[in-house]
Design a protein around this ligand. Structure first.
Ligand code: ADE
Ligand code: ZN
Length: 337
């Protein structure tokens, strides 16, 4: 049964809309890059790194995540990081992905914006040429830093404006509400970016309202705490505001105790445009398909529900309408047995 579901899932074209590229840094690459640049990490082996993947909340994860990302220094490092993930996309049939990259993470190590972009672009262009991979980049800004720092990063991105589709807001949510970034989102909107933001992962439903009403986002990353506010659920459903939900992440970061407690199917039943994503797959025990498989195993998610979630992924993407429509038509004819 499970094998047949996995085989069926693998053949379906999918999107991924919530993926932090630094969160796809595998332990072996973290160690080899630390070695290459003479950076001391408190881990000697892949098992040592993986043994540290025990998180009690978002912050305990972010501490390791930023330490891991500190080994990324030159153009080749960024190329390999991107290519490792795009090869997973090819293998899992993720035909379109919208990837968050976080230049503020590398700035303390004097990494130039242009160095990072050169590595990413080289991998993206190769993947597009070799297997037709579709990629959008999201300039993800860090909410534990100041709004001024984010605005400076937005300005630095002006030289690469055509390579980004959207801005996002990530990192420590509690204590850094969306209202801290109103000027940033207004400046991005003026520049023609689409807008997304993490809200309602650890933070309350009020943060989701702020992201909608003050930042005017097109899409909410996570958003699972919307269920605490029935009016918000109705609004999200009516306005078809997508939520990019990340099941394995939610369990690893203790947003839910167990996968069997996850509310994703409840959100789907209430008519929300919910999508499935992996967030930080190297740290949370699996890439996109592993997230679908975990939902199927723990919640008994069926094929019709799976197809709906995959369709939502295309609807919620920033693909051109004509491309979306072609995939949606293909999916509406997809066998669910
Ligand atoms: N950065 C990487 N993963 C994140 C998450 N799950 N929430 C907020 N910021 C993040
Ligand atoms: Zn995230």
């Amino acid at each position: 049964m499970a094998d047949q579901y996995a085989e069926w899932l693998a053949a379906i074209p999918k999107t991924e809309l919530h993926l932090h590229l630094d969160g796809s840094l595998q332990a072996h690459r973290m160690l080899s890059l630390a070695d290459k640049h003479g950076i001391r990490l408190p881990y000697a082996t892949v098992s040592d790194v993986e043994a540290a993947y025990q998180f009690k909340d978002l912050q305990s994860f972010l501490d390791l995540y930023y330490l891991g990302a500190s080994v990324l220094r030159d153009e080749d490092d960024f190329y390999h990081l991107m290519m490792d993930y795009l090869l997973v996309c090819r293998d899992e049939n993720i035909v379109h992905t919208e990837i968050m990259i976080e230049p503020q993470t590398y700035a303390p190590n004097s990494v130039e914006f242009a160095t990072m972009m050169a590595g990413f672009s080289r991998a993206i262009n190769e993947a597009a040429e070799n297997w037709g991979q579709s990629v959008g980049l999201i300039l993800s800004l860090l909410r534990h830093l100041s709004e001024e720092d984010a605005l400076e990063t937005l300005q630095a991105a002006d030289a690469f404006r055509d390579q980004f589709i959207a801005i996002g807001l990530a990192s420590s949510e509690l204590g850094n509400p969306p209202e801290k970034f109103v000027r940033l989102y207004a400046a991005a909107r003026e520049r023609g970016y689409r807008l997304v933001a993490h809200a309602g992962e650890e933070g309350p439903a009020e943060y989701i309202w702020q992201a909608l009403n003050l930042l005017h986002v097109d899409r909410i990353d996570h958003g699972v705490r919307c269920l605490e506010d029935p009016k918000l659920v109705v609004h999200l459903a009516k306005a078809r505001i997508p939520l990019t939900v990340c099941p394995l992440s939610n369990v690893r970061l203790c947003v839910f105790d167990n996968m069997s407690d996850h509310t994703l199917l409840q959100l789907l039943e209430q008519g929300l445009c919910v999508t499935v994503n992996s967030d930080d797959p190297a740290y949370f025990g699996g890439y996109l398909s592993a997230n679908y498989l975990a939902l199927q195993a723990s919640l008994g998610m069926d094929r019709a529900q799976t197809l709906k979630l995959i369709k939502n992924g295309f609807e919620a993407s920033f693909l051109a309408d004509s491309v979306k429509d072609a995939y949606l038509k293909q999916l509406s004819e997809w066998p669910n047995s």
